[in-house]
Write a protein that binds this ligand. Structure first.
Ligand code: SAM
Length: 255
């Protein structure tokens, strides 16, 4: 099993440090009564401490070569189910996970869709994920800065994301080209509906243009946009990146 050939395209950068793995489980605040969804179980480094909490763990892994590592773990923990499938094609409703905590060291190439996917699920109680450090910085970025964008607004509309730890590339086997960080979000309320998502996407579609121009390019009526911007007390030349998540909600309501 030592000769496992890591697939770069599947984002196979595995963790081995037990202290770090336990710390990630602690960041997630997993209790024995929880259901945990893990995306990308790999060789089970994180799956094991998750299963050891006693929580019901459903771990997804796309690469069948990892069966040699994960099937024995599944045999050892009756509370663990390993699903060999592409998580992007799975419907969580089929696994009876009405409420769940998402915990994962995510494969970098699907970080954003997986994260958005979790945040959109009504049963998602919290998300604790290892992502590239720069993605983590974008998720927690405050309004107005260069890192603030669609990812920041979307995550901050559901809760208060925070970086619980940064993790150097040397902690992974093989080491990736960038450092990583663990982001934790307790889902307090889900305020992202289709309309809000559309306004946020439009607002950041052209970063050098004003909010008014971005929204009008996206098809919103210019008179309405101007009235909405004015009633929020914002200048007509304001750019999307200046609006807080709350202001996006109000803007969307006004449009
Ligand atoms: N959890 C392990 C760890 O921390 O050592 C592995 C994490 S590794 C960064 C990501 C894992 O996700 C890899 O094992 C990879 O095969 C798996 N993976 C990649 N794409 C996937 C997908 N679409 N669905 C499920 N698993 C996937």
């Amino acid at each position: 099993m030592d000769a496992f050939r890591h697939s770069h395209s599947l984002g196979q950068n595995f963790l081995t440090d037990r202290n770090l793995l336990s710390a990630i489980v602690a960041d997630a605040g997993v209790a024995p009564t929880d259901t945990v969804i893990e995306v990308g179980a790999g060789q089970g480094a994180l799956t094991r401490p998750l299963a050891e909490t006693g929580a019901r763990v459903i771990a997804f892994e796309i690469d069948k070569r990892l069966e040699d590592y994960l099937r024995p773990l599944e045999a050892q923990f009756p509370n663990l189910t390993v699903v060999f499938a592409d998580f992007m094609k799975c419907d969580l409703a089929e696994f009876g996970a009405d409420k769940f905590k998402a915990v994962a060291n995510l494969p970098y190439y699907i970080t954003t869709p997986v994260l958005f996917g979790f945040l959109e699920q009504s049963g998602c109680e919290s998300v604790t994920v290892m992502v590239q450090k720069e993605v983590a910085e974008r998720i927690v970025a405050p309004a107005g800065g260069k890192d603030y964008g669609v990812l920041s607004v979307s995550a901050q509309l559901v809760g208060k994301p925070r970086i619980t730890r940064t993790v150097g590339r040397q902690m992974f086997t093989p080491p990736p080209n960038v450092d990583s960080a663990v982001v934790h979000i307790d889902v307090e309320q889900n305020r992202v509906d289709e309309q809000v998502a559309k306004v946020v996407r439009a607002a950041f579609a052209m970063r050098r243009k004003t909010l008014v121009n971005c929204l009008s390019s996206a098809g919103y009526d210019k008179t309405r946009i101007n009235a909405a911007v004015a009633s929020l007390g914002l200048d007509a030349s304001v750019r999307g990146e200046k609006l807080t998540p709350d202001q996006f909600i109000r803007l969307s309501g006004l449009l």
